[in-house]
Design a protein around this ligand. Structure first.
Ligand SMILES: Nc1ncnc2c1ncn2[C@@H]1O[C@H](COP(=O)(O)OP(=O)(O)OP(=O)(O)O)[C@@H](O)[C@H]1O
Ligand SMILES: [Mg+2]
Length: 239
């Protein structure tokens, strides 16, 4: 290896090493079974697999939302295992943006306030949080909806607000757990386009769990999970 190789080689932004999550319910359920995985910065990675195969569990472990039974996650050079609850919470807030099937917005807050919340929580002055949130909503085509509360918006609009919120602290990795499962096909195309553009235009690393077969077209890489294990790791349509 030359000096040049050393200079340009980057560590993966996300690394899972021999990751296990076992639930004890009389017998052992291996929700995630010995998964080793590197995700490179700028990659769009899709995770698919049957219901109950361990996709959401794997995503939660990689996001630092859940702790593994054994093995480790290294996110942007930070080993998550060694962190206290508070430190883990801070790393998660700074480095991970999460998007869910049911949007998980706070119903009493406006779109603008929902997006500004994680920025405020990271200790940023209010005026800046609100300005940054407004910019994000505009980028996602929602400037006109910023004073609406979630019940006053369509599903697709709510999901775009949730994406803006997930992007609020400029996360190292944007993760989504079945982000289109609750949307019609037209809105699904809209959300897919947003994720592709964030990846392509900003170089945002994206990891999406989905049952939507078409989404493999958008990804650089497609992982298939069965019984908690990665059984296939192949190129997606964007590779
Ligand atoms: N808190 C828990 N306690 C016990 N077992 C659990 C728990 N959470 C998940 N499991 C089990 O772990 C396995 C993986 O669950 P997980 O939710 O990760 O699957 P999934 O691939 O996301 O499924 P789906 O496509 O239905 O969302 C399942 O067998 C599930 O029953
Ligand atoms: Mg799931």
């Amino acid at each position: 290896m030359s000096h040049l190789d050393l200079a340009v080689r980057r560590d993966p932004i996300l690394r899972a090493e021999r990751l296990n999550k076992v639930y004890w319910l009389g017998t052992a359920v291996y929700a995630v079974d010995n998964v080793t995985l590197d995700i490179e910065e700028g990659q769009y990675v899709l995770i698919k697999g049957a219901s109950g195969s361990g996709k959401s569990t794997l995503l939660s472990l990689m996001a630092g939302i859940d702790r593994p039974t054994s093995g480790e996650v290294i996110l942007d050079g930070q080993r998550l295992n060694v962190l206290s609850e508070n430190a883990l919470c801070a790393v998660r807030r700074q480095k991970v943006g999460m998007i869910y099937q049911f949007f998980n917005l706070l119903p009493g807050l406006t779109a603008l306030e929902n997006v500004a919340l994680p920025i405020r929580l990271s200790g940023t002055p209010d005026w800046f949080a609100l300005r940054h949130a407004a910019n994000l909503l505009e980028r996602l085509g929602l400037a006109e909806r910023s004073r609406h509360r979630p019940p006053q918006m369509s599903g697709g609009e709510q999901q775009r607000v949730a994406i803006a919120r997930a992007m609020a602290n400029e996360p190292k990795v944007l993760m989504a757990d079945e982000p289109t499962a609750n949307l019609d096909s037209r809105t699904t195309r809209e959300i897919r386009k947003v994720l592709v553009e964030l990846n392509r235009d900003l170089g945002q690393t994206v990891v999406v769990v989905t049952h939507d077969k078409g989404m493999a077209e958008d990804a650089h890489r497609v992982l298939t999970i069965a019984d908690g294990r990665i059984i296939r790791d192949e190129a997606g349509g964007a590779a």
